[in-house]
Design a binder for this molecule. Sequence first.
Ligand code: BGP
Length: 456
Amino acid sequence: MSAFPQNFLWGAATAAYQVEGAYNEDGKGPSIWDIFSHQPGATYQGTNGDVAVDHYHRVKEDVELMAEMGLQSYRFSISWPRLLPEGRGKINEAGVKFYSDLIDALLAHNIEPMITLYHWDLPQALQDEGGWEARSTAEAFEEYARLCYSRFGSRVKKWATFNETIVFIGHGYITGSHPPSVRNPARAIQACHHVFIAHAMAVKAFRGMEIKGEIGFVNVLQPHSPLTNSAEDIAATELADAIHTHWLYDPVLKGRYPDELLAQSQALWGVPRFAPGDDELLRNNRCDFIGLNYYRRETVSAQPPKEKVSGEQGVEGLFYFVRNPESVYTEWGWEIWPQGLTDGIMMIKERYGDIPIYITENGLGAVDPIIDGEVVDDPRIDFLRVHIDALEKAIELGADVRGYYPWSFIDLLSWLNGYKKQYGFVYVDHKQNLARKRKKSFFWYKDVIASRGENR
Ligand code: BGP
């Protein structure tokens, strides 16, 4: 008998910009990614989500594939500028209809929807007014969240406000590789504060409107291990935990920033600046659950790596992410470390108590082999299998994990890696009019779901 409870949800995930396409159809306004991806050199080989995998037009076929696979829950995001082309104000009813029909189609197949309100595609109109650096964006987010609750709230029970703040803030405001391409830590910290405020406002509205469901936040789960046992590496690892984990989880689970780091940041840069009432807003509007996106562990060194390898970073002068010479890495330099899923979940339980957990992403990005016309993605099956093992171990150790959503249901656009890096159970043939094809992993996961995790 596997340890997965009867009501455990076996799901899969996607995000609007990465699958939908139809970027300027039926009244949708431009998002920051529509503008950014059209700038020369911004993305891998100039790829963009103009068409993506055309899910907007093929939604019926895609939901039928989900049903055939036996999916019990589907995590997707709503494109804010598809509902509110200018970020606030005028509603685009065609956009509302698209998601409303998607939700109905899912429910007709007994697939429980899980909505992410923000998976990075901010309306450009709001960016033009300052984006997340402007507090007014948090207020617009509350308006957008209320619209979603009022139109979908009677049918959808699972809601997440934001996806991976560390990624869109870190890349948007520190490395500059995502829009709005700023490189300034102080501005990053203030923008991040407004995200936490927007989250708290949306949670408050959710409870105020008495939506019958649960609302949470999705974060990257990234365990850190020291490269050596030296005191320097251990201290560097603790700092990596504080900056990459506690800073992002504490405000939404404890309702406050970690004290020491907050004091340091305010002394150094004068941020985050709190508006009157912010403390209380954070404290009173904590999550019902936490979504964890787990891909990899990082090995931490106090010293910069001798040779620069892609995918590694850290915080200059404080700590560096380096290769672990004993470990296995994907083609994109991500360590394959299933134990990190067990350890990471237990670390969350230890710091935040018995918060319900969903694994909202987990998967292998690879170039899948095609043999005699079949997509034989055995490495993906192996990857998911060992991670399901690791998840089961965390449940056996007492963690309250309620669902598993591999990334991704279908091959889709990777933000900076184009279509080359595949994650899906369903293959999309870019040479054949975006035709869908079931991969080997599709049939494997179907059996995992049907046997409630027993066969894997
Ligand atoms: C997460 C994002 C997803 C997805 C995934 C894989 O950070 O939430 O949207 O893209 O990572 O990342 P990548 O496409 O860079 O391989």
